[in-house]
Design a protein around this ligand. Structure first.
Ligand SMILES: [Zn+2]
Length: 100
């Protein structure tokens, strides 16, 4: 019967090395992903998602929303639509109830 070319000890260390390499690759991938997210944020922060021009914060009642300086589109963050709806009540509440 042919002898296994690797001893149990060699196999153990080889597997440990593979695991270390995989972990290092995963950590490196996570760092790269975070760097890519940061680059995207730097490029797009407070820029209109439609035309790419700067956004300006304006007040709509008590709520601050982002308005494009070029195409005049409005962009709402999480909870802002509900805040405007709550403040305004009547017409918008009725309009939105159609979609729920
Ligand atoms: Zn725009």
């Amino acid at each position: 019967m042919p002898k296994d070319p690797f001893s149990n000890e060699q196999t153990y260390f080889a597997l440990q090395e593979v695991e270390r390499t995989n972990l290092a690759a995963q950590e490196n991938q996570a760092i790269q992903l975070e760097a890519a997210r940061e680059r995207e944020k730097q490029l797009h922060f407070m820029k209109c998602p439609k035309c790419g021009q700067p956004l300006q914060e304006i007040s709509v009642g008590a709520v601050r929303v982002d308005k494009c300086s070029a195409c005049e589109g409005f962009w709402l963050e999480k909870g802002e639509l509900e805040a405007i709806q709550k403040e305004e009540g009547g017409f918008l509440a009725n309009l939105f109830s159609v979609f729920h």
